[in-house]
Design a binder for this molecule. Sequence first.
Ligand code: ZN
Ligand code: ZN
Length: 355
Amino acid sequence: MLSADCDATVLMRAVTFQAPMQVRVEERREPELLAGDDAIVRIEATGICGSDLHIYRGRVKIAPGFTIGHELVGTVVAAGDAVTRVAEGDRVLGCFHTACGTCFFCLRGHYHKCDQMRTFGHGAALGDLPGTQAELALVPHANLTLRRVPDSLSNDVALFAGDVMGTGYHAVVNSGVTPGDSVAVLGLGPVGLCAVQVARASGAGPVVAIDSVPERLEIARAFGATPVHLSEQQPREQVKRLTGGRGVDVAIDAVGHPDALDLAIRLVRKAGTVGAIGVYAEPQQVHMGLVWIKALTLKSGHANVIAHVDRVLGMLEAGTLDPSPLISAHMPLDDAAEAYRRYDRHEALKIVLTP
Ligand SMILES: [Zn+2]
Ligand SMILES: [Zn+2]
């Protein structure tokens, strides 16, 4: 006989998309384990990210009422029998998407192209996986998606490993940056600033950091880059001056706008590499003649964070990377609507929400 409390729905608070420019904290059913390699994490920190803004502004379409967010640090409160790498009670961080670990692409290490990839908080089109801006999150394939947080790392710093810093790391590594290379980073949002840090930590120099927001240029300077104002200075002249007239070995477009990609193609030297880590979803004009004549390599796509997360954690633990200057504010989950408004107005680099 079923007792009454089997039917009683246990509710939690979650940040839900309602309509463009409108999110709301609502009650949702608490998640339950569905597969043997699932875990459930009680969220202690979750961030608002640039890709959440694409949803917020209605550019990425998801159903009204869907729980959003894809960054997480918290404690494992339940785990299926097949979860072996983390256990109940562990403080963990999550990667922003899941991967199966056994498909063609996973077996070749391309976890970001997994045939069964699911992204937290991105609606039905990306795997129908509720987001992490909630009290609890269901984490599929927990052995791959989650990592224990080293004791010395704060929740704030660990939050970057599975998304923003992992993406900055990918932009640098995927572009083949080696010690002694000159690098230009275009766009100093959180990913661009993380790419600046990783490039410096990789032994690149000079690292030219280009943006039009003075505060962001100052953070890049503090990270060891040479800041260049996009409109008040001349990036092409500055880069020529710093590279013996050749151009940089690697240029990273951390904006995702054809103007930035065009400038990256012009700033890079012959036979150099352009890394497009900014998001593209539509046809764009690229000066293919310039790419061909200069014999450039163009790398693109979103980051393979599952492949990078352990190295990124190692560098965060060693203090080689430290994203804490990017944290603008901590706010309670219940103030998510205000947090999104502030983030949308570019008044913050990273807002950490705590349930
Ligand atoms: Zn993100
Ligand atoms: Zn796979």
